[in-house]
Design a protein around this ligand. Structure first.
Ligand code: ZN
Length: 201
């Protein structure tokens, strides 16, 4: 269904039950997904010690590998290793983490995921303060003349997607809104129609 949909990327949340209070999918499932996906796969690692898994995700054919700011003591090194492995590095921040803490890593990443819910579960409500964070991060990126993409993850619905795009987001992750719909492919089409020309993915 996703291969035939208008979705640009497939976003995978990988949870370890330690960094977040839940476990999602493991390597065998991810391998099956990447084996059949015709879309670039964007893996979001919600786990501690993500550097241990970089080569595994590279071998799985992941395009973009995002680690959490809060899970890395040596973020610069981890991001560099992801790029060396041939993937696009991203960094994700939880709702309480200010975007200003990314000032010295922004030039090293291709993508920043701003969590609009506390990571660990699908189906949560969008935290409105996220819009201010997107706006502030967009200014930081523009002031530096960078092309870093801003991805917003969590709580996205047809009702709020317009204002999230307006605040400066380039990539929107919709989970529950799509997979909870009667017709997921049609829901993806509606998201794309609302955002046509405003976001990149
Ligand atoms: Zn995610």
């Amino acid at each position: 269904m996703l291969n035939n949909s208008e979705a640009d990327w497939l976003h995978l949340d990988v949870m370890d039950g330690v960094f977040v209070p839940n476990i999602s999918i493991g390597i065998p499932t991810i391998s099956q997904v990447t084996g059949i996906s015709k879309k670039p796969v964007d893996a979001h690692l919600m786990l501690i010690d993500p550097q241990r898994y970089i080569s595994i995700f590279r071998d799985l054919g992941i395009s973009t590998l995002t680690v959490h700011y809060e899970a890395c003591n040596h973020l610069h090194r981890v991001v560099s290793e992801i790029r060396l492995a041939g993937m696009s590095p991203g960094v994700a921040i939880n709702p309480h983490t200010p975007v200003e803490l990314l000032a010295d890593i922004l030039e090293e990443v291709d993508l920043v995921i701003i969590m609009a819910v506390n990571p660990g579960f699908g189906g949560q409500g969008f935290i409105l303060h996220t819009l201010d964070k997107v706006y502030r991060l967009k200014r930081m990126i523009d002031l530096r003349g960078l092309k870093t993409l801003i991805e917003v993850d969590g709580g996205i619905t047809l009702g709020n997607v317009g204002m999230i795009a307006e605040s400066g987001a380039d990539v929107l992750v919709a989970g529950n809104a799509v997979f909870g719909a009667d017709n997921p492919a049609e829901m993806i089409r509606k998201f794309k129609a609302i955002n046509s020309g405003r976001t990149k993915k």
